[in-house]
Every structure is written in C-alpha cells, then in structure tokens.
Write a protein that binds this ligand. Structure first.
Ligand code: SAM
Length: 482
C-alpha cells in the first residue's frame, strides 16, 4: 500500500471517529434522568438491586450506537439491565460480575421459560411447603439446627424469626427438588426477591437499602401477635413505631412474587432462541441468548477487539453501597456460608481492604485528589487509591476488548470522602485518556429518590451540597479511536 493510499485511509478514519464522537456528544447532552419513564417492563423488576439503571439509559446507547447482532458488554452487570436491553433489541449481550446474586438475577431475567408450566409449579411448591411446615415441623426444626456453619447460624438466628426460618426452609427444600436447573433458578430468585426489599422483606431488618440494617425491636407475626419484644402501642414516641415490623407469610409472599415474575418473562419458551454460536453473525441474529458469567471486570474472559459497545456502571468510589451487606440475607438461604461471603466482599471494586494490594501509579489530577484526601485521612486516601487503581485496570480491559471505533458508556455516582468530592468522573476520564480513550463528553443525570435503592438517605438535608451531589450521576462517554 502506498503512502498516499494510507493517508486517505487515515483521513477516512478521522472523519469516522469525529462522526461517532459527535453522535456521542448529542446522546449524552439529552435528558438522561428518565424520571417519567416506566422501568418495570419485561423482567426488569424481577428483583431489587442497588444503583440499578433505568432501562431507558442502556436502551438509548444500544439503539443509537449498535446494529442488530452486534455485541454489547457490561463487565459489572449487576442486575443485568444492559444485558436484558441488548437482548430485547436483538443484540448479543455479554455480562459479567463477581456477585453471585447478580449472576442468578441477570441469567434468570433473560432465560425463556414456559409461563403456563411455571404457574402450575408455583402452586405445587407452595402447597407442598405449607404441608411440610405443618406436618414435618420436627424434621425441619432438626435440619435447621444442623444446616449452617456456626457463623451462618448466628446470622440467621439474629435476622429471621423462628417461624419464618421454618417456612423458608420448607420453600427452599421444595425448590431444590426441581430437576430443571433454569426453573429451579427462577424460583430461587423469586424467594430471594421477597427477602431483599427496601424494607427488609421477610427478615427482621427494617431497611436493606441504604444504611447498615437495623433489626426491629418489636415484631408481629402475620396474625398480629407480638413474637419479639413487648407491646409498645401505648408509647407514642415515633421512634418506637419506626422500630416495629409486621411479618408477612412467606408462602403468600412467595406465591405473589413468583406469579408477578412469571408475568414479566420477556419471551415464552415456545419462541426459545438459538443459543449463541461463535461465527453466526450475518445469519439472522433474531434474539441471541446472552452470555452471562462470574468474572472480574479487570480480567474478562473474552478476546480483544470483539465488542461493539460497553454500557456499564462501577460501584461508588467511597464504597457507599456494600452489596454483600444486603445480598447475604438471601444468599444464606441459597446455600452460601457467611464466612465465604465475608471473604468475597473484599474483592468488590471500591472495597476498603488495602493489605497486599498492588497500587497503580495515577495520572496528575487523579494523584492530586488522592493526595488531598490522604492529607485529611490516610486510610481513606489509600482506599481511594485502590479504587482508582482498580478502575484503571478495568478501563484498560474495556479498551482491550472494544473494537476500534467503538464506545464505552460508564455511569458513575458522586462520592465524598472527608467532605471532599472524589471527582470520580474527572479522574476516570483522565485515567481513560492515559489508556488511549478519547472522552468526547460527560453527561449528568439526577437520580429519582423515590425509585432507587441509594446510598444517601431518602430525606436529605436539601441545603447540603454534598447530599445533593449524592443524588447525581455522571455519564462518561469513552471512545476507542479507529
Ligand atoms: C452499580 S452496580 C451495577 C448496576 C447495574 N448497572 C444494573 O443496572 O443493575 C455495580 C456492580 O459492580 C459489581 N462489581 C464490583 N466489583 C466487581 C469486579 N471486580 N468485577 C466485576 N463486577 C464487580 C458489583 O457486584 C455490582 O453488581
């Protein structure tokens, strides 16, 4: 190829780069709040998840920046909003996460199942579990006494009323007898969904959304009888009322939730799509089943230059959401041990342990932010340095797997450490640029306080600039030049 020809190619590439970047600026400058849009269609509402995307957000970028059959990746997929939207738009969705609940949730959301069959199964599960809870109570009691490791047992005893434990064990025992693994996973997720809710679901926790969970002081069973604490109804203190919880019947809650999820199934099994096979692009892409697996965002099990778009959102820099803190409430019922979950917690991006951690050298501005926070609080400074180091490795990995001429949309929440903004969006943009990304634009969106499980309180002091920040997100547009 002569020099002249090569020059022509590079001029074409520059024009193409400019066109995509202009498109990204336009997409990122539009309204990104989506507050009036419905977020509960298809299987999007199968289960609560902290800091979940409104589905319209990944939808906008997937629709505008890819074509049917293209590959769309979320390396920190959480509840799988991006993967599900990719699937609904006929793209090949790829999703990874290290959280076992995220894996179960994202997989189940895109698994086509026969809804009529599921409706029958849910009735059978509830009928048999109810019977077992009545007729085989002694056996269930004995199993409860030997089921757990000591730490797990302490956790379950502290957070679940005894009758709830019996009913949950009866339900999970029925679910575990289902031979079809996909059907079993569907019902496990429905069980998890009635435990992990903003108000602590079937557990004794009053809140599983933003703070460290608090245990109810007064607990009533579904019939209104007090089972923990004493009658404080004559006490007019508001705080006492706030610490009271009325438990619901696990059987009724499970049946309602499972039926609701069945109605949300995105496609029926009769229209079951072909599993994805490498090399099938070009053939009618129609709904290709997504690829979903457990993996670290810093070491993705996919080849380089293979992805057409990334839409993702990492954890907060300040570890504002402790995913495992809420997730363990249901994971213990799905066979996980508290001891193992505690270890797993250290692996999350934004985690606080820095022992034996290998730090990355940071670019100038990011380094200055870390130094400033270190001056205020040495430990917090190290935690932030860990965060930016992990995000540097993650962005490098995203750069590696993206095809040239393609975009990564990264949504980040604002964080404050020792009253200083961590400037997450500016630092990540700077880190991305050192890796080779262009950053055509950073958009901003306001969070809907009523809808989202968020780190900050739901009634923030409106005068507080910091609190206001916690209710904003930035959307960074990264572009890998062609
Ligand atoms: C903000 S949430 C993503 C929410 C998602 N956008 C949604 O719509 O549900 C961040 C996710 O990053 C995951 N995560 C944390 N550390 C990770 C790591 N090292 N590798 C992959 N995922 C990780 C968490 O488990 C969590 O699910």
């Amino acid at each position: 190829m002569g020099i002249y020809q090569r020059k022509l190619f590079s001029a074409d590439a520059e024009r193409e780069d400019q066109a995509v970047c202009e498109k990204m600026v336009d997409l990122l400058s539009r309204d990104l709040d989506f507050h009036s849009e419905k977020g509960s269609y298809a299987s999007h509402n199968f289960h609560a998840f902290p800091a979940k995307f409104p589905p319209q957000l990944p939808h906008r970028f997937i629709d505008a920046l890819t074509h049917p059959g293209d590959t769309v990746l979320d390396p920190m997929m959480g509840s799988g909003t991006t993967v599900l939207e990719a699937f609904l738009l006929g793209r090949y969705g790829l999703g990874f996460d290290i959280d076992p609940l995220a894996l179960l949730l994202a997989k189940t959301k895109v698994t086509p199942l026969d809804s009529r069959y599921l409706m029958q199964v849910v009735k059978e599960i509830v009928e048999r579990a109810r019977r077992a809870a009545n007729e085989e109570r002694v056996e269930l009691e004995n199993r409860l006494a030997t089921l757990w490791t000591p730490k797990t047992q302490d956790f379950v005893e502290y957070w679940f009323a005894h009758d709830t434990q019996i009913d949950l064990l009866a339900l999970i025992s029925e679910i575990e007898q289902i031979a079809d693994k996909e059907v079993e996973a569907f019902f496990k997720l429905a069980l998890s969904a009635i435990i992990i809710t903003k108000s602590g679901g079937l557990s004794l926790a009053l809140d599983l959304a933003h703070t460290r969970p608090h245990r109810a002081k007064v607990v009533m069973d579904p019939a209104g009888q007090i089972v923990v604490g004493r009658d404080l109804s004559s006490n007019s203190f508001r705080r006492v009322k706030l610490l009271t919880k009325r438990l619901h019947s696990p059987f009724e809650e499970f049946e309602k939730r499972a039926q609701q999820n069945i109605r949300g199934l995105p496609i029926k099994s009769s229209a079951r799509p072909q599993p994805y096979l490498t090399g099938l692009f070009g053939h009618e892409p129609d709904r290709i089943l997504p690829g979903i697996a457990l993996a670290h965002a810093q070491a993705l099990p996919i080849t380089g230059n293979s992805v057409d778009l990334i839409v993702t959102s990492p954890p907060y820099a300040s570890n504002a959401i402790d995913y495992m803190r809420a997730h363990k409430f249901s994971l213990v019922w799905l066979g996980y041990k508290i001891d193992d979950l505690g270890e797993k917690r250290k692996e999350y991006i934004g985690g606080e342990s820095t022992t034996r951690f290998v730090f990355e050298p940071l670019p100038e501005h990011t380094e200055a932010v870390v130094v400033d926070i270190t001056k205020r609080d040495k430990r917090k400074g190290r935690v932030l340095h860990r965060y930016y180091s992990e995000m540097m490795r993650t962005l490098r990995e995203m750069y590696r797997v993206l095809k040239p001429g393609k975009a990564a949309i990264v949504v980040v929440g604002s964080s404050v450490m020792r009253e200083r903004d961590t400037e997450t969006q500016i630092c990540l943009a700077e880190i991305g640029q050192t890796i080779g990304f262009q950053v055509p634009h950073i958009g901003i969106r306001k969070l809907d306080r009523n809808r989202r499980m968020m780190p900050a309180g739901t009634h923030p002091d409106l005068d507080s600039r910091i609190q206001q920040r916690m209710h904003e997100e930035h959307i960074i547009g990264f572009y890998k030049p062609s």
